[in-house]
Design a protein around this ligand. Structure first.
Ligand SMILES: N[C@@H](CCC(=O)N[C@@H](CS)C(=O)NCC(=O)O)C(=O)O
Length: 270
């Protein structure tokens, strides 16, 4: 409970946002309460002048702490870890901190674009393509960054065969291989305790599981054991069960199942 007079902490996100999960897992692991500003992406909530004033990139998450705005999910995670009491989510050891920073950077630079392409190319396109041609053009035009706009068009129109998606699958396959190799040496990704690196990777592995892509880590016992452990944490159910949507869950599984053979074939050529 946030008491009156306490600094106000607000997190803006939409329920299924990967980057939102990173911030929400961090808050849950720290035991920090905040006001949840839940946006409706499909209703255009990310494009309102009020939201663009907070986050000009028209993306989530956005954290507002006592009127001060913090954007970028990995920066938000570190900010929450530093600004609030609760278990430290980064090791005090310089090398482990560097390893944590490297996972956060890979998540931002490589895994997020890859997962976005795979999610849209496998599943979201089925929803986006319900729009009329004029609505679809307006939808593309509203994406502020030209590179993201071109990527979105390619994955929606070409699906699993878009170069963005095939490259994305390769990147995510490398992500699980690298994580498995790291976890061979210890229980968590950057040190002996659960931390920001684990929280950062969780939404990516979780999305692959939602698509029924667990086959990607067949023969990777260390990643598999980590994933089971992660799902047993209270933070996982707090965050991933907050907005139950069984119909969407079923549609995602089905969409993943529909392209499974293609995805396996694409990865075998990578
Ligand atoms: N680098 C940014 C990326 C944020 C981002 O791309 N967020 C996605 C959700 S994970 C988003 O808001 N997409 C807007 C959309 O789908 O229209 C961060 O880490 O915060």
């Amino acid at each position: 409970m946030i008491e009156e007079g306490e600094p106000m902490l607000e997190l803006y996100y939409f329920p299924t946002a990967t980057c939102g999960y990173k911030a929400r897992l961090t808050l849950a692991e720290k035991g920090v309460e905040c006001v949840h500003r839940v946006l409706d992406r499909d209703a255009g909530d990310l494009l309102t002048p009020a939201y663009l004033a907070l986050n000009p990139n028209a993306v989530v998450p956005t954290l507002v702490h006592d009127g001060q705005v913090v954007i970028e999910s990995s920066i938000i995670m570190v900010y929450i870890d530093e600004a609030f009491d609760g278990p430290a989510l980064r090791s005090g050891h310089p090398l482990e901190r560097a390893r944590c920073a490297a996972w956060l950077k890979r998540a931002d630079d490589a895994y997020l674009p890859a997962l976005g392409a795979v999610t849209y190319g496998v599943f979201r396109r089925n929803e986006v393509l319900q729009q009329s041609p004029a609505e679809l053009e307006a939808y593309y035009a509203a994406i502020p960054d030209p590179r993201r706009r071109a990527q979105r068009r390619s994955v929606v129109e070409e699906g699993i065969h878009s170069r963005e998606v095939t490259n994305g699958l390769g990147t995510l396959r490398k992500m699980v291989c690298d994580a498995d190799a790291t976890l061979r040496d210890g229980p968590y990704l950057a040190g002996d305790n659960y931390g920001l690196a684990d929280a950062a990777l969780t939404p990516f592995v979780s999305r692959l599981a939602e698509l029924g892509f667990e086959w990607m880590w067949d023969g990777m016992p260390y990643l598999d054991a980590w994933w089971r452990k992660i799902q047993d944490r209270k933070s996982f159910s707090t965050v991933f069960e907050a907005f139950p949507n069984p119909a969407r869950r079923k549609a995602m599984k089905q969409a993943g199942e529909d392209v499974r053979e293609d995805a396996i074939r694409i990865l075998s050529g990578h």
